[in-house]
Write a protein that binds this ligand. Structure first.
Ligand code: 2M8
Length: 447
C-alpha cells in the first residue's frame, strides 16, 4: 500500500493494520521506532507507542515505559535513544561514547541527550484507557503509575535543574535532535554558528540507505554539525552543566517548553490521584506556571507566534514553523491574542491552505520561503504533531477543533502505509513506512 493514495482503509481495518505495525516492530521489551530506519527505542516515540499499545494490551504498554525508565540516567535524564543490539543505525552507542559517563544507567547503552518530555501525557492516556477496559487493567496501570511517578518527577526536576539556564525561563536544548524536529528551519541560524572542527572523526551515514530519496532527509552539511555537537559533549564527559557551558548550540526551545508545562501539570494531576508527596506536586505546578509564562513571553508582538531563543547570542528566532503555535498547547495567552493565534492556525497560511490533502498543520507554512514539501521537518505533515495539538485542544475544552484534527489526521493516514511524515499536497508517505508512533496515534484516534 505504500504511497498509493488510491487505497483507502475504513477505520476498523486501519486500526487493525496499526496494531499489526506495532506487533511487527515489537522485540519483546521495546517496539522499535520503525522497522529499518530506526531499529532502537526513542524516548518520545516510546511515550506515544506505549499509549497505542494500551489499546491492545495494558501490560505490554506498561512494559514499554518500564524499558524506557530502566534506561533513565542516575541524575534523572531520560535519554533520547535506548539502543538494541542492531548495528544498522548511525550514530550508534560507540560513536556516542556514553559508557564512561558517571551518571549513565547500568546494563543498557543509550545516547547522551534527551527529547521532549511527553511521558506524563502518555501515562495519563494509559490510565484512561485501562480504566475503560477492566478492573484488572485499571489496577495494572495504577500500580505502574505508582512505581513510575517519582521517576517522572525526577526527569522533570532534571530539566529544571540543568536546562533552564537563563532568565527567559525556556527549556534549553543542546542539539537539534533534542527538539525532535531535527532539521527544522528553527535551527538554521544557531546551526550556522556550529563549525565542525577539523578533528571531527570520519563517519558514514546509514540513514540514506533506508530512504529512497536523500531529499527526504537532512543534508550532509547538517549531519556534520550534528556529529560535531556529539563530539563536544563526549569531550565534556556528558556532564550536564559542562555541556550547557560548552555546547556550540544552546537554544531555548519553545515547543519543548510548552510540552514541559503541559506534562508537568499532567504529572501533578496524576500525583493528586495517587497521593504523591504534596511538596513535589506543588513544585510541578510551579514549574508548569513558569514554563507557561516563558512560552507566552516569547511571542512576537505583531504575529503572536511563539519564538525560540538563541541563548548563545541572546537573540529571538522568528522562523515561521509549527512551533509558533506552542502557546495553544499549554495556554497562558490573553484571550484575544490566543484567538488570533487560533485563526492563524486555521488560515490559508496553515491548516486551511487550499492545496492540502488533509487540513492539519504542516511542519512549516507552505507560504514560507523555508518550506520544502518533502524534506523531513521542513514542510511535511507529521501525524504525531497533529495528535499532540488535538489532545491539548481537548484538554482545553476545544472539542470541535480536536475532532476536526482527528478526522483530518485519519484522512491523512488512511492509505495504510503509516508513513513517518507526509507530503502535504499529495499525501505521499515519506521517510520510513510502518513508523510505530504513527500507528500508535492512529490507534488512539480510532479506538
Ligand atoms: C528522528 O530523529 C532521529 C535522531 O534522533 C534521526 O533522524 O536519526 C526525529 O523525527 C525524532 O523526532 C524521532 O524521535 C526519531 C525516531 O522516530 O527520528
Amino acid at each position: 500500500a505504500a504511497g498509493n493514495r488510491a487505497v483507502h482503509y475504513q477505520p476498523a481495518n486501519l486500526a487493525a493494520r496499526a496494531a499489526l505495525v506495532l506487533r511487527d516492530n515489537d522485540n519483546g521489551n521495546l517496539v522499535t521506532a520503525s522497522p529499518k530506519l530506526y531499529p532502537h527505542m526513542w524516548s518520545w516515540d516510546a511515550a506515544f507507542i506505549s499509549m497505542g499499545l494500551a489499546y491492545l494490551d495494558v501490560g505490554r504498554a506498561v512494559r514499554e515505559l518500564d524499558t524506557l525508565l530502566s534506561a533513565q540516567w542516575r541524575d534523572g535524564m531520560i535519554p533520547h535513544i535506548v539502543f538494541t543490539s542492531d548495528t544498522d543505525y548511525f550514530p550508534g552507542p560507540d560513536r556516542w561514547g556514553t559508557d564512561l559517563a558517571p551518571q549513565r544507567p547500568d546494563g543498557v547503552r543509550t545516547s547522551g541527550i534527551c527529547q521532549p518530555p511527553v511521558h506524563a501525557i502518555a501515562l495519563r492516556r494509559i490510565l484512561e484507557t485501562a480504566r475503560k477496559t477492566s478492573q484488572a487493567d485499571a489496577e495494572l496501570a495504577e500500580s505502574f503509575a505508582e512505581r513510575a511517578w517519582s521517576s517522572l518527577y525526577r526527569w522533570h526536576r532534571w530539566i529544571v535543574r540543568h536546562r533552564m539556564p537563563d532568565a527567559s525561563g525556556l527549556v534549553a536544548i543542546v542539539h537539534g535532535w533534542e527538539s525532535g524536529m531535527d532539521n527544522s528551519p528553527r535551527w538554521d541560524e544557531p546551526y550556522a554558528a556550529v563549525l565542525p572542527g577539523a578533528d571531527l572523526p570520519p563517519y558514514v551515514r546509514l540513514d540514506l540507505l533506508q530512504v529512497g530519496d536523500p531529499g527526504e532527509r537532512p543534508s550532509d552539511d547538517e549531519y556534520d554539525r550534528y556529529l560535531w555537537l556529539i563530539e563536544q559533549m563526549r569531550r565534556a564527559d556528558y556532564n550536564p552543566d559542562k555541556v550547557v557551558q560548552t555546547s556550540g548550540f544552546l537554544v531555548g526551545d519553545v515547543f519543548t517548553t510548552a510540552l514541559f508545562a503541559l506534562a508537568s501539570d499532567t504529572l501533578a494531576g496524576i500525583g493528586d490521584e495517587l497521593g504523591a508527596p504534596e511538596g513535589e506536586i506543588a513544585e510541578l505546578r510551579r514549574w508548569a506556571a513558569r514554563a507557561r509564562a516563558a512560552v507566552a513571553m516569547s511571542c512576537h508582538p505583531e504575529t503572536g507566534m511563539a519564538r525560540d531563543r538563541d541563548m548563545r547570542r541572546g537573540r529571538w528566532l522568528a522562523t515561521e514553523t509549527i512551533a509558533g503555535f506552542s502557546p495553544l498547547l499549554c495556554g497562558g495567552l490573553a484571550h484575544e491574542v490566543e484567538q488570533q493565534l487560533i485563526s492563524t492556525l486555521d488560515s490559508p497560511r496553515w491548516s486551511g491552505h487550499p492545496d492540502l490533502l488533509a487540513a492539519v498543520p504542516p511542519s512549516v507554512s507552505p507560504e514560507s520561503e523555508d518550506f520544502d514539501s518533502r524534506r523531513y521537518w521542513r514542510g511535511p505533515q507529521w501525524p504525531v504533531i497533529t495528535w499532540l495539538f488535538g489532545w491539548a485542544f481537548e484538554q482545553r475544552g476545544w472539542q470541535r477543533h480536536a475532532s476536526e484534527f482527528r478526522a483530518q489526521g485519519v484522512h491523512l493516514v488512511s492509505d495504510g502505509s503509516f508513513g513517518e511524515y507526509y507530503e502535504p499536497f499529495t499525501g505521499k508517505p515519506l521517510g520510513s513506512t510502518n513508523q510505530s508512533w504513527t500507528a500508535a496515534v492512529v490507534l488512539d484516534w480510532l479506538c
